[in-house]
Design a protein. Structure first.
Length: 308
């Protein structure tokens, strides 16, 4: 196929836009979408510290590259990449290596936060001690807690996440199916700063997953292709497949879900405000309940004898 904007051969089709793009116009389209999101989510940013959650996968690697490129000429902006090592044998080591390679290439400061040190446990150990619990549930909660804590300790003004359009569409659908509207305003990107919680920024919000992958490949970014060994047990898989099928049958479904969430959040914030979180009575971190989910899971782990 020929590019819709020039006479070069296309490398990707975009059914939701009815276009085919060559390598140059595709790269430009990703950069432009990320730039618009930075403008929209961080209007009139005066400067400061930006933390970037860097797992070493394609999405976070692309997010770091785009963040560094966008703020490269701003000497008053400090960028620090944060990698959380949850303690998953045979998986995290590969992504950590890719993250280290990319931060070295971009000359970006890199910090590694280890769950073993900060929480006294790992995902592998907790998965053994809680055989009836899906590891993604506590692993995701702990990762978010450690990212927020590390970003806050850096004095970061925002935390950049690598969530792509598919990720957001799946999360929106999950919350709608569960009738959990209260979670919609708490999704990234955050519109209102809440005490103790570093605001999340999502520059890839309008870029589908396969386009992030192609962008990372075309740019030659180092990223790990491995899949977490616990991923096949996550409930998100059902919503991932559902969104994929809907998008195939009805191109533009993901964008429609994102617009739905944005409109609902407008109304929820107007009617109820942000619903500022309370402080967890155990750790003092922001929480929607008296005991945060991170501490709830940690208490379950501590109730089991440690296994070898």
């Amino acid at each position: 196929m020929q590019c819709s904007q020039c006479d070069r051969p296309a490398i990707i089709d975009q059914p939701y836009r009815g276009e085919h793009l060559c390598d140059r116009h595709f790269d430009r389209s990703v950069v432009d979408r990320a730039r618009r999101e930075f403008h929209r989510q961080m209007p009139r940013f005066p400067g400061g510290t930006l933390a970037v959650a860097l797992s070493g996968g394609k999405d976070s690697s692309a997010a770091l590259l785009l963040t560094e490129a966008y703020f490269r000429r701003r000497p008053n902006v400090r960028i620090v990449a944060i990698t959380v090592d949850e303690g998953i044998r045979g998986y995290r080591s590969g992504t950590l290596k890719a993250a280290q390679e990319l931060t070295h290439r971009l000359s970006v400061e890199h910090r590694v936060v280890r769950a073993e040190t900060e929480l006294g446990t790992t995902t592998d150990r907790s998965a053994r001690e809680l055989p009836g619990t899906v590891p993604c549930s506590f692993c995701g909660v702990w990762r978010r807690t450690l990212l927020n804590r590390a970003a806050r300790d850096l004095g970061a003004d925002a935390l950049v996440l690598g969530f792509n359009l598919d990720d957001l569409a799946q999360t929106i659908l999950m919350n709608l199916v569960r009738g959990d509207l209260a979670r919609l305003p708490r999704m990234a990107p955050h519109r209102i700063r809440q005490r103790g919680l570093v605001p999340r920024i999502v520059p890839l919000a309008r870029v589908p997953e396969r386009e992030v992958y192609l962008f990372a490949r075309e740019r030659g970014l180092p990223f790990d292709h491995g899949e977490c060994p616990y991923a096949d047990r996550a409930s998100r898989n059902l919503f991932r497949e559902t969104v994929f099928r809907l998008e195939e049958a009805l191109p533009g479904t993901r964008q429609s879900l994102l617009r739905t969430q944005e409109q609902l959040v407008d109304r929820l914030l107007a009617d109820h405000g942000a619903g500022a979180p309370v402080r967890c009575r155990a750790c003092g971190e922001p929480s929607s309940e008296e005991l945060c989910r991170s501490c709830s899971y940690r208490s379950l782990v501590k109730s089991f004898p440690e296994t070898a």
